[in-house]
Ligand binder design. Structure first.
Ligand code: 5GP
Length: 209
């Protein structure tokens, strides 16, 4: 099988993509109350976009990390066709920190950040599980009337058929934000590079600097 084409992405490019989306969020007056980074790819974009979402006189937006891993379930007969992908939670919300320094997620604007939307499996899982979590808390605290808004920010959305969906309401109301939509190629992020100088040069040659 041929190697997939590689697209190199520089740190500068990521910085600018975060800046662009932050401007759009602020222009819509939708500054999030909390950012949830999906580890590890969402962490650097989450940290960068937080700076661009900073507003004078307002507190820094807290970032929480959740860890999700795609686990390859080989199925019964081990053929490629039967490989399913199951998502495993490796890290979840820190409720102690939330209670102490923030509040619950109820009634908040929540921005979920990851680096890439490939098959959409991970984002689907994150959004579904967060929605469930919020519903449980709403019932527990008897705060059923408050509306929570979940948004998604990714650097790259791969233009391909997806294996899972995000809520129609999120997609229709501009709460799904991909800085760029790219062909179905392998994205090489700078934090994975052995030689960052060479990586940056390749990104420049491809116009991703
Ligand atoms: P999903 O298929 O659930 O949308 O993406 C799962 C995860 O696979 C992503 O969070 C990311 O870590 C990884 N992934 C998918 N496509 C790429 C890619 O092109 N480059 C890199 N570095 N990781 C990818």
């Amino acid at each position: 099988m041929a190697e997939p084409k590689k697209m190199y992405i520089s740190y500068n490019n990521i910085h600018k993509l975060c800046q662009k989306v932050a401007k759009e969020i602020l222009a819509k007056n939708e500054r999030p109350d909390i950012i949830i980074a999906i580890t590890g790819g969402g962490m650097i974009p989450a940290r960068i976009i937080r700076s661009f979402l900073k507003v004078k006189g307002e507190k820094n937006i807290p970032i929480q990390a959740i860890g999700l891993s795609l686990y390859e379930d080989m199925g019964v007969d081990d053929t490629v066709e039967t490989i399913g992908k199951e998502v495993i939670r490796t890290q979840w919300l820190d409720f102690m920190a939330l209670d102490k320094h923030f509040d619950s997620l109820i009634g908040k604007k929540v921005l979920i950040v990851d680096e890439v939307d490939d098959t959409r499996t991970t984002l689907h899982y994150a959004v579904t599980e967060l929605e469930k979590e919020i519903e449980v808390q709403q019932k527990r605290l008897n705060r059923l009337n408050e509306e929570t808004t979940l948004s998604v920010f990714v650097l790259h959305n791969k233009d391909k058929p997806k294996k899972a969906d995000l809520p129609a309401k999120m997609m229709e109301t501009g709460h799904y934000m991909a800085a760029v939509t790219v062909p179905d190629e392998w994205l090489c992020y700078p934090w994975e590079a052995d030689d960052i100088e060479e990586h940056t040069e390749l990104a420049k040659q491809q116009g991703n600097d």
